[in-house]
Design a protein around this ligand. Structure first.
Ligand code: ZN
Ligand code: ZN
Length: 373
């Protein structure tokens, strides 16, 4: 992240805090802190937090032993006060002393540890605690063009892994063996970290969040492969393809796969700025339901993605949020026949001025992988 981006984010977050009538945000290690400062701080028992007041200068409070790491991060290039506390200091009293004197409302990081929330509340007994996420999600779900570029690069990287699936996925190998090869390839493709590797063969494919098992892939198995990682700049990838190993899959599978593909295509053709998040879900669900698989599409259509794999906006019934240019999310309908097999097709897409751009581009047509042949 370039310094001007971070400065701009701090400024926008400060404005949003003021507009929300909140006196200060307290942001602890995690995606929000990385979003605002570029600092990928370790989540430790010792308190690290950014105190961002509605008015005035933000301060990063860090344990003394973490100060070098903080300054070595993009924080070092930001004009940001870094205040270190010693092992016998009370970091909560210190943070409380930095708050504006008239503070009545403090917004705490959604992922702040409960022990830290309670210690801070005790140190600022007159203040009400609210969630910082209500302020920050408005910023984080509207990506800048630099963020879209980062997510596009993440898409290219995970596509490079799917492109090589035929090298690894074949009958006779266990999901775990295939998964190990995929994990290595995720790093080789440019990710800094592997976030998840799902290889769900045959009946395991009917569980949307199956990960890896020792089950050996059989000829004709449908195999759901959902993989993702985090790039060095913090942005995440996530893409699912469903393959067939070695031989022709069951007819029942072929029947619903074509329905699934039609639904996913229709959702991608429909999604654009100005339509609601829930309507994107409905468009796919209507097609799948009309074909008789409504009960088998047992999750929402998608989730936003950025510095976290799952963030707002959620593409789900009940979310009336109007999509906007710059919002990035997955379109990933699935059909799961309990105990038999399943399928999911997932692309990350970004809302553009004329529809959406898919950030994942590998083929979605049913392909029989036969690396042995
Ligand atoms: Zn996803
Ligand atoms: Zn996924």
């Amino acid at each position: 992240m370039v310094t001007t981006d971070a400065r701009d984010r701090l400024d926008r977050a400060q404005r949003a805090t003021r507009d929300a009538g909140i006196d200060a945000l307290i942001v602890t290690p995690g995606a929000d802190l990385r979003y605002l400062t570029g600092y990928e701080a370790l989540p430790l028992e010792r308190l690290t937090c950014l105190m961002l007041p509605a008015d005035g200068d933000p301060v990063l409070v860090v344990p003394a032993l973490e100060k070098p790491a903080a300054l070595a991060s993009p924080v070092g290039a930001l004009d940001l006060d870094v205040l270190a506390w010693g092992e016998t200091d009370d970091p909560y009293a210190l943070t409380a002393s930095l708050l504006p004197a008239s503070t009545t409302t403090v917004a705490v990081d959604n992922h702040m540890w409960a022990e830290k929330v309670l210690a801070l509340a005790a140190a600022v007994p007159k203040a009400r605690q609210v969630l910082a996420g209500t302020v920050l999600r408005e910023l984080r779900m509207r990506k800048t063009s630099a963020e879209v570029s980062a997510l596009r690069a993440a898409g290219v990287a995970i596509d490079a892994v799917h492109d090589r699936m035929g090298e690894w996925l074949r009958p006779g190998r266990s999901e775990r063996e295939v998964g190990r090869d995929i994990a290595d390839a995720i790093i080789a493709a440019g990710h800094a970290r592997v976030d998840f590797v799902i290889v769900a063969s045959g009946p395991n494919g009917s569980s949307p969040h199956h990960d890896l098992s020792d089950r050996v892939v059989e000829a004709g198995d449908p195999v759901v492969v959902d993989i993702g990682g985090t790039m060095p700049d913090g942005y995440c990838s996530d893409s699912t393809r469903t393959y067939v190993a070695g031989d022709t899959p069951p007819k029942a599978f072929r029947d619903y796969y074509s329905v699934l593909l039609e639904a996913q295509q229709a959702q991608c053709a429909y999604a654009r700025s100005g339509v609601s998040a829930e309507s994107v879900d409905r468009v796919g669900r209507d097609i799948i339901t009309a074909a008789g698989y409504g009960e088998e599409f047992l999750h929402r259509t998608g989730h936003g993605i950025g510095l976290e794999t799952h963030e707002e906006p959620y593409i789900v019934a009940g979310n009336e949020l109007e999509l906007e240019v710059g919002m990035v999310f997955s379109i990933e309908p699935g059909i799961y026949l309990e105990g038999r097999h399943g399928a999911r097709i997932e692309d990350i897409v970004v809302c553009t001025t004329d529809g959406i751009e898919r950030l994942n581009r590998t083929s979605r047509q049913l392909a029989v992988l036969d690396a042995g042949g």
